[in-house]
Design a protein around this ligand. Structure first.
Ligand SMILES: O=C(O)CCC(=O)C(=O)O
Length: 271
């Protein structure tokens, strides 16, 4: 699945591109089955999970180390082809996370840029063609269950001097100051990632994004893979922040080998 010139231009101009219907219901069902295991002590590395203030699951980090389905998704050609078009061939997975945003109780993600955190992790460059994130929507998502929101074009500001917020949620985050969000949103508005499960969005590490709490009766699970260029690796000695666990940043990567063809359909058929 290659991006058209128009889609590449959209990514460059707006900081994101949405790919509808990339994964089938059967494939998403398989990822959901694994999501149910990943949030429990039954996953191979339960210490990779982080929790909301109320004790409910917030995120499962590094899903691919315990789930063949997520591992297959991370190297799926439908994802890797567009990512390679944008970043080049020599890539690795710097980070992955599955945010659960559980029904009634899922907490907010304040407005932030991922690169502001990755810079703290020592990643040298956060350019739109150096590092990006792929979102896979695991649940049907509407305005009411806390969709991921983007401020279009905000990536063009580069890294905005962040504030460190240690109190709003259980997870300390480098956030974009309110007055900057106000200014950016007044200029460009806000885009909501709503749509059926299986929708994918690719977005720049500098794109300002966030999501509200989920008070609806419908969970909203989003899986994220953050790809980095091989030549843009951080070293742990350049890390400037203490991580909640060691699965949040990959300091001993391997080059990613894209799959020749999708294997998720076969895995789904065998499940
Ligand atoms: O899943 C969300 O709503 C927010 C995700 C996000 O921005 C993050 O994990 O950094």
């Amino acid at each position: 699945m290659r991006l058209s010139q128009q889609q590449i231009q959209h990514y460059d101009e707006q900081g994101y591109v949405v790919l509808e219907g990339l994964f089938s219901r059967e494939e998403i069902d398989l990822l959901r089955q694994d999501a149910q295991v990943l949030e429990t002590e039954q996953r191979g590395h339960p210490e990779a999970n982080t929790y909301e203030k109320n004790g409910r699951i917030r995120a499962a980090w590094a899903m691919e180390i315990d789930s063949p389905a997520f591992e297959a998704a991370s190297r799926d050609p439908r994802i890797m082809e567009p990512v390679t078009q944008l970043l080049g061939h020599e890539l690795y997975l710097f980070q992955s996370r599955l945010n659960y945003k559980v029904a009634f109780e899922g907490d907010v993600f304040q407005w932030h840029q991922d690169y502001a955190s990755w810079w703290q992790d020592g990643v040298p460059e956060g350019g739109d063609r150096q590092m990006l994130t792929v979102l896979i929507m695991l649940d049907d998502t509407g305005s009411q269950n806390g969709p991921l929101r983007f401020i279009p074009g905000s990536h063009k500001r580069g890294m905005i001097q962040p504030q460190y917020d240690e109190t709003t949620t259980s997870y300390a985050l480098h956030i974009v100051p309110d007055e900057v969000v106000e200014e950016l949103a007044a200029e460009a508005g806000i885009f909501e990632n709503v749509g059926p499960a299986g929708t994918v969005a690719i977005f720049s590490g500098n794109l300002v994004h966030g999501s509200t709490a989920n008070r609806s009766p419908h969970s909203r699970r989003n899986a994220y893979f953050a790809y980095n260029r091989w030549d843009n690796q951080p070293t742990i000695k350049n890390s400037r922040r203490k991580l909640a666990n060691t699965y949040i940043a990959n300091y001993s990567p391997e080059k990613l080998e894209p799959l020749d063809a999708p294997v998720l359909p076969d895995l789904a058929a065998q499940a």
